[in-house]
Design a protein around this ligand. Sequence first.
Ligand code: ADP
Ligand code: MG
Length: 674
Amino acid sequence: MELKTIKGVGAKTEQAFNRAGVYQAEDLIDYYPRYYDTYEAPVLVRDLETDRTQAVFGTVARDIVVRRVKNLTLTEAFIRDANGDSIKCVWFNAPYLKNQLQIGATFVFRGFVKELRQALVIDQPKMFKQDEYNNKMGSMQPVYPLVKGLTNNVVTKAVRDTLEQISKAEFLPQSVRDKYDLLDVKDAVKQIHFPKNTQEFQVARKRFAFEEFFRFINNLQSLKAENEKHKNTHRIEDYTEAENLLNNLPFDLTKAQVNVWNEIKKDMSSDGVMNRLVQGDVGSGKTIVAVLGLLSAAANGYQGAIMAPTEVLAKQHYEGMLELFDDNDIDMNVVMLTGSMTAKEKKEVYEVIESGKANIIVGTHALIQEAVNYKDLALVVTDEQHRFGVRQREAISNKGENPHVLVMSATPIPRTLAIIMYGDLDISIIDEMPAGRLAIGNALVDTSYRPNAYDFIEKQVQAGRQAYIICPTVEYSEAVEGENVIEYAEKLEKIFPPSIKVAYLHGRMKNDEKNKIMDAFARNEIQVLVSTTVVEVGVNVPNATVMMVENAERFGLAQLHQLRGRVGRGSEQSYCIFVDGSKDKIKKERLQVLCNTNDGFKIANEDLKLRGPGDFFGVRQSGDYEFRMGDILNDADVLKQAADSYKMLMEGELPMTDKERKILEEDVIKDLNL
Ligand code: ADP
Ligand code: MG
């Protein structure tokens, strides 16, 4: 249905809606509010609090004042409450209010309360007759995301009108809705836009979160069925080269690594195509397993590619492989492709890739750009998969003709959820750390401990080691509290003797600069690296033994565990110092979990237990897995229900009609926001 057919929507409004991504009336159904405004009971003037929206029932006490300030008209009224206390209300450019605001007129004045010259004022309140306000009280008014040309009123009316005229098709089979007490789509839509109370909102939100997960699972499972049909056209049977390399490595693979490597070999030499996830905690040694696979693909005459989420990590893989192959006299052409390369550099790499002169290709998202044509891609690896979507994983695999797919992740989510989220893949687990690793020593401290920490770092550096210090922000800002990288690095330069080189790293730096700093740190030309979480994923500098995290309370547990994974990667004892910048007991307890265990899965489980159910939009914390409504951690139960019900439907334990089945089959859209 065209937008213009909605009451009150003309050409201008239509254009504004287009800018907001709404092209037809149907889109409005899915145009969810950002949050809801609840009309609370009016309060007395003496109970007003600054910086929030509140309402006062009051009587206009004096003649109003209309003044001109610069080029604005300012309307001011004093209102008095039942207790006789008064407060000023101010409006800009609203001289017409004069008629309404006669002395003695009573209204509920509702607006944002703020402090102006040491007194509270209500800023541009809206006025309601008392019974009008009573009607609204306890209701939740949707507040929609807006763009220029749209007001909340316009959107609200348009949504209301649309819902009266059209309805959305039901996606979830009846049997599933019955089993899990889910609203039907009609009520859910109504209640997500116009809930009467939080309860109504919650059940509507749950229904949509369920649907989102359910569709995700439906898509993954079809992908799986599709992949299972593929025949192996890149049979990799000769593993001499990889086995030679293995024999020359300065270490033995752990038993877990050997098992995974065997599974990979079996997959790649079988009749089918490999689709495998290698899950292993940070530092468990996933890279070498991937390298063995890539080397085998290349040695069998094909190409192999590995995609990493950051340029720093891609570069590290690239250089690591060059060095490894060089040390072991392996003659393979490894090339790198990243976004920050010049057009000319890229073009040269495209050519060696296309001609087949490149055997192994390492890179970032640049690997899936249109201009890249591979010669004969037999294996694609994505590292730190939780940073990519399913779609990007598919995109790289579509660059070849059904290549083998190896996905690596130190999944920061509990295993039960991981099995669902990676439902289209076979899963291998590296559940063992390389021998000789000492457990990381952890300390949770407050800011008064800093001088000791600096002494400690200095001693470690004098013993030849290096340290990371993580700060939550890049530079000083009034708006955000917390330590920042730039000032922190300056401070440390004064504290440490000049022999200790301090540098900083953050995401806003140019890729070139970042690479330079990381290289210098890897070569121990920099001893103390002050950084934002850009070093979070994958970075491997085994000589670094101290990880100090400032404002640890500001990070998620899974993220802190990833950060901690940057140390303890060599044979030296490593340490992690979490500095709690808050004085909050609950936050401290949460951080304590990290000190109690170094096991990523245990931490993910604890993290899950410590969360209450998320109540509103915008509380999604497991940001690496983006869903619109659901959050895989906060809504873990819903995710499991969706997975269970899907399985039951497929196995016939829950019935569905032919029509319902058809809807599921037709939903396998490649552009679902996966
Ligand atoms: P992650 O699983 O986090 O990607 P990496 O693959 O980067 O971990 O490995 C971390 C470090 O452990 C690297 O320096 C790597 O060379 C080393 N390593 C890997 N496997 C072993 C092993 N079996 N024994 C000793 N060290 C190993
Ligand atoms: Mg890694």
